[in-house]
Design a protein around this ligand. Structure first.
Ligand code: ATP
Length: 234
C-alpha cells in the first residue's frame, strides 16, 4: 500500500532522514519506533507532503505521492493524527469532527462516518457539544483519531498517540487502534512507547539518527535483545 524508497529529507542544510526505505501492506499495523529526535515525525511529515523529501520516492498504491501537496495526499486516502493531537480547542467536538471531512462532499457518507466514530468513542457522543479544549488528554486523543477517520482514510498515520497519557488511557487508545485496523484501515504507528506499539503491530521498524537500523515482525522485535535493552528497558 505504501512504499518509501531511499527517502532523504532535510530541514535546510540538516539531513533528518538518510535513505529511509519501508513498506506497509494493506491491512497491517506497522510501527516505527525510536528515541527522541530519531526522525519518526519527519518520516510522517514526508509521507503526508508537509516536509517533502529531497531525494527518493514515496508510492501510495503504486502512485508517486512525494510530489503532491498535503491536501492531495489526504484526498488520496491518507490521514494523519499529529503529535500533541492539535485539536481546535475553541470548537465543539462535533465541529472538530466535521472539519475532518472538509475535503468530502458526500453528505450521506459523512453522516455514516460520524455515526461510526461516535459509536467507537461513546464519550465523544456524550460530549459532542462541549468545546474541544475542555476535554481530558485521553478524550482529545480520541477526538484527534476520530477527526482523522472522518476523512475515511485507507491509511491512518498516528504520531505518538500515547504521549502524556495515563497507562489505563493508553490501553484504551491502543485497543481502539486495533479495532479501527480490524474494521479495514491500514495503520502506520509512530511511537516511543515501543512495548505497547509492538504488542499491537504486525511488523516494526527501528529508527536511529534518521536511519532504519532494524526491521522484523513485531513478535521478533519484542524478543530481540538489542530492542529489549534499548527500547523496552529490560
Ligand atoms: P520526537 O519523538 O522527539 O518527536 P522524532 O523521532 O519524531 O522525535 P523528528 O522530530 O523527526 O524526530 O526530528 C528528527 C531530527 O530533525 C532531529 O534532529 C530534529 O532536531 C530535527 N528537526 C525536526 N524538525 C525540525 C525543524 N523544523 N527544523 C530543523 N530541524 C528539525
Amino acid at each position: 500500500m505504501l512504499e518509501l524508497r531511499r527517502v532523504c529529507t532535510f530541514y535546510g542544510n540538516i539531513q533528518a532522514l538518510h535513505e529511509v526505505s519501508l513498506t506497509i501492506h494493506k491491512g497491517e499495523i506497522v510501527t516505527l519506533i525510536g528515541a527522541n529526535g530519531a526522525g519518526k515525525t519527519t518520516t510522517l511529515m514526508s509521507i503526508c507532503g508537509v516536509v517533502p523529501p529531497r531525494q527518493g520516492e514515496i508510492l501510495f498504491e503504486g502512485r508517486p505521492i512525494h510530489i503532491l501537496p498535503p491536501d492531495r495526499v489526504v484526498a488520496l486516502g491518507i490521514s494523519q493524527v499529529p503529535e500533541g493531537r492539535l485539536i481546535f480547542p475553541e470548537m465543539t467536538v462535533l465541529e472538530n469532527l466535521e472539519l475532518g471531512a472538509f475535503l468530502r462532499s458526500d453528505t450521506a457518507g459523512i453522516q455514516e462516518d460520524l455515526d461510526y466514530v461516535l459509536t467507537l468513542f461513546p464519550i465523544l457522543a456524550e460530549r459532542r457539544r462541549q468545546l474541544g479544549g475542555t476535554l481530558s488528554g485521553g478524550e482529545q486523543q480520541m477526538l484527534a483519531i476520530s477527526r482523522a477517520l472522518m476523512a475515511r482514510p485507507r491509511l491512518l498515520l498516528l504520531d505518538e498517540p500515547s504521549l502524556g497519557l495515563a497507562p489505563i488511557v493508553i490501553q484504551q487508545i491502543f485497543a481502539i487502534i486495533q479495532r479501527v485496523n480490524k474494521a479495514g484501515t491500514t495503520v502506520f504507528l509512530v511511537e516511543q512507547n515501543a512495548h505497547q506499539a509492538l504488542k499491537i503491530a504486525h511488523r516494526g521498524y527501528v529508527m536511529e539518527n534518521g536511519r532504519i537500523t532494524l526491521e522484523d515482525s513485531a513478535h521478533a522485535l519484542l524478543a530481540n535483545d538489542e530492542v529489549r535493552r534499548a527500547y523496552l528497558g529490560m
